[in-house]
Write a new protein. Structure first.
Length: 266
């Protein structure tokens, strides 16, 4: 695993908030980071760093967020590896001190049938999503329980809710996302009395970078046609809700799975 961290400055006070965003180099994670960026926000931005291109995308997101006045640090690492979650939270502490909020967005789609997916691929899918989310949440909880604005968001997916016969699906990803939702609800119930809110957002078909899509480009129009609103979601559609759930007007919303999908799961 490769890690790297940098920050524009070390926070000298606890005004504002410190937020960790995983999978922030592109798509939904990048849109959330950009929407959150402001002069009173400190962002620890993560990507797996599997290539120089992904590192550059994260650098671009960091620079955009700093342009909005945010203080930013980055951390590169594979969250399926042991101790990665600890190192990520430690990186946030080193840059900014205790964290206030967590956005668990990192993940991927595994489009293989149950008959085709092997044990190793299935285990990696579970490790990358519910496994990483549980580890991050566990290590962030001491900070969250002390923060007056503690909030957690996990990105789920419509694939955990919408199934069709005789069509290729995402069974491993569906299982992983369903597990994330169960973990979020369990955490919401356990830590509500400490003022920690935990919610999931379940996007529908969402336009992503062309190199990061699990859907063949020719299938995008069919995806839009399958959506009652007749359009794909944009990453910013999901980011808008995320910013609200992390804000002061959503303190009574917890343990929810909120769909942003144009009516796909109606």
């Amino acid at each position: 695993m490769t890690t790297a961290a940098s920050s524009s400055s070390q926070s000298s006070h606890r005004a504002g908030r410190t937020i960790v965003v995983t999978g922030a180099a592109s798509g939904i994670g990048a849109a959330i980071a950009r929407r959150l960026a402001s002069p009173d926000t400190r962002l620890l931005l993560h990507t797996r760093g599997a290539s120089g291109a992904s590192e550059q995308r994260l650098t671009d997101v960091r620079q955009a967020c700093e342009g909005f006045g945010a203080q930013c640090a980055v951390w590169l690492g594979d969250l399926t590896q042991p101790q990665s979650a600890v190192r990520l939270i430690d990186a946030a502490h080193d840059a900014f001190g205790p964290i206030d909020q967590l956005v668990s967005n990192a993940g991927f789609a595994t489009r293989q049938s149950l008959a085709d997916i092997d044990d190793e691929a299935f285990a990696r899918t579970l490790a990358a999503m519910p496994g990483a989310f549980a580890a991050l949440l566990r290590h962030a909880l001491p900070d969250l329980q002390r923060s007056p604005q503690a909030s957690v968001i996990a990105i789920s997916s419509f694939v955990a809710h919408r199934f069709a016969a005789n069509q290729p699906g995402f069974p491993a990803t569906a299982a992983a996302k369903a597990a994330i939702e169960a973990l979020a609800k369990s955490a919401a119930a356990e830590y509500a009395s400490a003022g920690v809110t935990v919610n999931c957002i379940a996007p529908g078909y969402t336009r992503k970078d062309s190199t990061h899509s699990a859907i063949d480009p020719a299938a995008w129009q069919r995806a839009a046609d399958a959506t009652p609103s007749a359009r794909l979601c944009e990453p910013d559609d999901i980011a808008a809700l995320a910013v609200f759930l992390l804000g002061p007007h959503a303190r009574q919303i917890t343990g929810q799975v909120i769909h942003v999908d144009g009516g796909l799961t109606l």
